[in-house]
Design a protein. Structure first.
Lengths: 493, 115
C-alpha cells in the first residue's frame, strides 16, 4: 500500500471526523479545517513529487491484484489535479475564516468541506470505474448539503435544480457502467481498456461513449446540459460557490479526459465530432449568457460554462498539443475561477451587494483589491502575459494545426466577450462611484487568499515554460495509455 | 426472462422520466428513485441472468465452469442501493425544506434563481 496515494483521501476524512468530534466548538473546527486542508496540500505535493520523478504511482486496496481489487492510481494529470484540489481547499478554508457565518459553521460547514475534498481527491485518484461512481456520490452528497446549508429561499430553489440534475447524471452514469460491465466483464479502467480494444462492436462502443459523455457532461456543465449551474451557483455563500466553481465541474472534465483517453480510445469518431460541436456551443452560449447578466456571481457562473468549452477542445482534437493545452487550461482555470469568486465575495462585503448596479467606488477606496481583481480577470480574458493567454494560445495553435478554423474563430471571439464581461465588472463595481455615496468597508482577512491566488496566476503566467513542459509530459502520458495500463496491471503490492 | 426484464426496465425508465418532468416536487423525487431502480435492474440484467448456477467451484475442479451467475453486478447493485437510499432520504428532507421556505410544491413557481 502506497501511503502517498491514500493520504489525500484519508487526511480530509480524518479532519472531518475530528471536526465532528469538536461539533460544539466552532473555533476548533475552523482551525481544524485550515490545518486539514494544509495537510492535504502537503500530501498532494508529496504525491506529485513522487509521480513526477518515478512515474505513475499505483496502489491496490487490500493487496488484491489488479482487475480484482480496487485500484488507486496517480499519473501526472491525477496528481496535478489533487494538488490543485489541495490549493483550492486551503484557500477556501482560510477565506471562510472571515467569510462564512456562524450559523452555517454550527451546522457542519467545516466537516462538509473536508468530505467534499475527500470525494474530489478520491475521484482524481481512483483507477476503477465503479469506484469513480462512488467518489462522485461522496462529493455530491457533501455538495448537496453545502448547497442547501443555511436554507435561504434562493438557496433552496437553486438546490433543488442542482440536486435533480446531478442525480439524473448519476443514474445515467450508473446505467452506462452496467452496460460497460455487460460488455467487458470488468470495471478496472486499465482492464476495461484492454478488453474493449479486443472487442469489435463500434456501434455499442459509440453508444456507451455517448452515455458517458452525457453523464460527465452534466457534471462538467457543457452545452446543452449546463442549466443547473447558473441557476444554483450564485445562491450559495461565497466560500461554497468558490469551492464548487473551482473544483466540481473540473471533476467532470477530469472524468471525461480519463475515460476518453484511457477507456474509449478508438472507434468513437462520432463522439469526437460531437465534442467539437459541443465545445464551440459551450464556449459561445456560456459567454453570451454572461453578457446579459448584471449580478457578479451570475456573470462568473456563466463564464465557468464558457471556459469548460475550451477544455473540451483538447479532448475533441486529441493531438498532443491540444491535450497539453487542456491540462494547462485546467490548472490555470481552477486557480483563476476560484479567485474570481473569492473576489466577488470581497466586493459584496465591501460594497454591500453582488448586484453591479448597487455597488461601486472600490477603486478609489481599495486600489489594492482592485489590482488583485484585475489579475484573475485579465487572465480569464486571456491578456498576455497572464496564465489565461498561454492556455488560449496553445489551444488556438492546436486548433489551427488541426485545421479547425471555425473552432479557432469561436474561441477568439469568446475571449473578446469575456473581456467585455470583465470590463463590465471593473467599471461598475470598481470604477464608478458608489450609487449611494457609501465608502466601501475594508475586507481585512479576505485579501489574503485572493492575493495568494493572484500570485499563483502571475507565477504561471511568467514561469510558463515549466508548467507547459509539465502539461506536455502529462499529455504524452495520456496519449500513451499503454504505460498506464502496464503500471496498473503489473504493479506488485 | 431477458425480454421480461428489458420490458420492465424500459417501463421504469419511461415512467421515471415522465415523473421527473412533472411539475410537482414529490413526483420529481419519485421519478428520480424510479430512474435509479431502473439503472440497478439494468446492471442486474446485463450480467446475464442464470438460474441454478451459483459462482462456486465444484468439488475436484480448479476453475469456474463457464455459465454461472456473476456475483460482481449484485455487489455493485447493493452499493448503489445503499447510496440511493441515502440520496432519497436527503432528497425527501430537502423537498420538505423547499416546501417550508417557498410555500409551494410547484416547480414552475421556483424560477427566481434562473437566468
Amino acid at each position: 500500500m502506497n501511503l502517498l496515494l491514500v493520504a489525500p483521501i484519508l487526511l480530509p476524512l480524518l479532519t472531518a471526523a475530528l471536526c465532528l468530534l469538536a461539533w460544539k466548538s466552532v473555533r476548533v473546527q475552523r482551525w481544524l479545517g485550515v490545518a486539514g486542508s494544509a495537510a492535504l496540500l502537503a500530501s498532494a505535493l508529496a504525491l506529485f513529487a513522487e509521480v513526477h520523478v518515478r512515474g505513475i504511482a499505483v496502489s491496490h486496496a487490500g493487496e488484491w491484484a489488479a482487475p480484482f481489487g480496487i485500484t488507486l492510481a496517480a499519473d501526472l494529470l491525477g496528481a496535478l489535479m489533487v494538488v490543485l484540489g489541495g490549493i483550492v481547499g486551503l484557500m477556501v478554508s482560510v477565506y471562510s475564516l472571515g467569510s462564512i457565518d456562524e450559523g452555517r459553521e454550527r451546522f457542519g460547514f467545516h466537516p462538509l468541506v473536508q468530505i467534499l475534498l475527500m470525494g474530489v481527491c478520491g475521484a482524481f485518484l481512483t483507477g476503477d470505474l465503479f469506484n469513480l461512481y462512488v467518489w462522485f456520490e461522496v462529493l455530491l452528497m457533501a455538495s448537496f448539503v453545502l448547497t442547501a446549508l443555511g436554507g435561504e429561499r434562493a438557496q433552496m430553489e437553486g438546490a433543488i435544480k442542482y440536486v435533480t440534475l446531478n442525480l439524473v447524471s448519476s443514474a445515467i452514469f450508473l446505467a452506462a457502467l452496467g452496460l460497460l460491465y455487460g460488455l467487458t466483464h470488468s470495471l478496472n479502467m486499465a482492464d476495461v481498456s484492454l478488453r474493449l480494444a479486443r472487442l469489435n462492436y463500434p456501434a455499442l462502443e459509440n453508444l456507451l461513449a455517448v452515455l458517458f459523455f452525457i453523464a460527465f457532461g452534466i457534471k462538467a456543465a457543457v452545452f446543452p446540459l449546463f442549466f443547473w449551474l447558473p441557476a444554483s451557483y450564485h445562491t450559495m455563500p461565497v466560500s461554497v460557490s468558490a469551492l464548487f466553481a473551482g473544483l466540481l465541474t473540473k471533476v467532470g472534465v477530469y472524468a471525461l479526459i480519463r475515460v476518453f483517453t484511457l477507456v474509449f480510445r478508438d472507434d468513437v469518431e462520432f463522439v469526437k465530432e460531437l465534442m467539437l460541436v459541443v465545445a464551440c456551443l459551450t464556449m459561445a452560449v456560456g459567454v453570451l449568457g454572461a453578457v446579459a447578466q448584471m449580478e457578479m456571481r451570475r456573470i462568473l457562473s456563466f463564464h465557468i460554462v464558457s471556459q469548460i468549452g475550451y477544455m473540451i477542445i483538447g479532448l475533441a482534437l486529441m493531438t498532443p498539443l491540444a491535450l497539453a493545452g487542456t491540462v494547462f487550461y485546467l490548472a490555470h482555470h481552477i486557480i483563476v475561477k476560484t479567485n474570481l469568486f473569492l473576489v466577488s465575495g470581497a466586493v459584496a462585503r465591501a460594497t454591500g451587494s453582488f448586484e453591479l448596479k448597487k455597488s461601486g467606488g472600490l477603486y478609489a477606496a481599495q486600489p489594492g483589491l482592485a489590482l488583485l481583481f484585475l489579475v484573475p480577470a485579465l487572465s480569464l480574458a486571456g491578456i498576455p502575459p497572464l496564465s489565461g493567454f498561454w492556455g488560449k494560445y496553445i489551444l488556438v495553435k492546436a486548433g489551427l494545426e488541426s485545421g479547425q478554423v471555425v473552432l479557432v474563430v469561436v474561441a477568439l471571439a469568446v475571449s473578446v466577450f469575456t473581456m467585455i464581461s470583465m470590463m463590465k465588472i471593473w467599471s461598475e463595481a470598481f470604477w464608478k462611484p458608489h450609487p449611494l455615496g457609501l465608502t466601501p468597508a475594508p475586507v481585512g482577512l479576505l485579501n489574503g487568499p485572493i492575493a495568494a491566488m493572484a500570485a499563483m496566476t502571475l507565477l504561471i503566467g511568467f514561469g510558463v515554460e515549466p508548467v507547459m513542459q509539465l502539461a506536455e509530459r502529462s499529455a504524452q502520458q495520456l496519449l500513451d495509455p499503454q504505460s498506464y495500463i502496464t503500471a496498473v496491471l503489473e504493479a506488485r503490492r | 426472462m431477458n425480454t421480461l426484464m428489458a420490458l420492465l426496465i424500459g417501463i421504469l425508465y419511461a415512467s421515471g422520466m415522465y415523473m421527473v418532468l412533472r411539475r410537482s416536487m414529490v413526483k420529481l423525487i419519485i421519478g428520480l428513485a424510479l430512474l435509479s431502480h431502473a439503472a440497478n435492474l439494468l446492471i442486474f440484467t446485463m450480467a446475464t441472468l442464470r438460474r441454478d448456477r451459483p459462482p462456486l467451484i465444484g468439488e475436484g475442479e480448479t476453475a469456474l465452469a463457464a455459465p454461472y451467475a456473476d456475483p460482481v453486478p449484485q455487489a455493485l447493485i447493493l452499493t448503489a442501493i445503499v447510496i440511493g437510499f441515502a440520496v432519497s432520504a436527503f432528497a425527501a428532507i430537502m423537498i420538505h425544506r423547499v416546501y417550508q421556505t417557498t410555500g409551494t410544491d410547484d416547480l414552475d413557481q421556483l424560477h427566481t434563481t434562473d437566468s
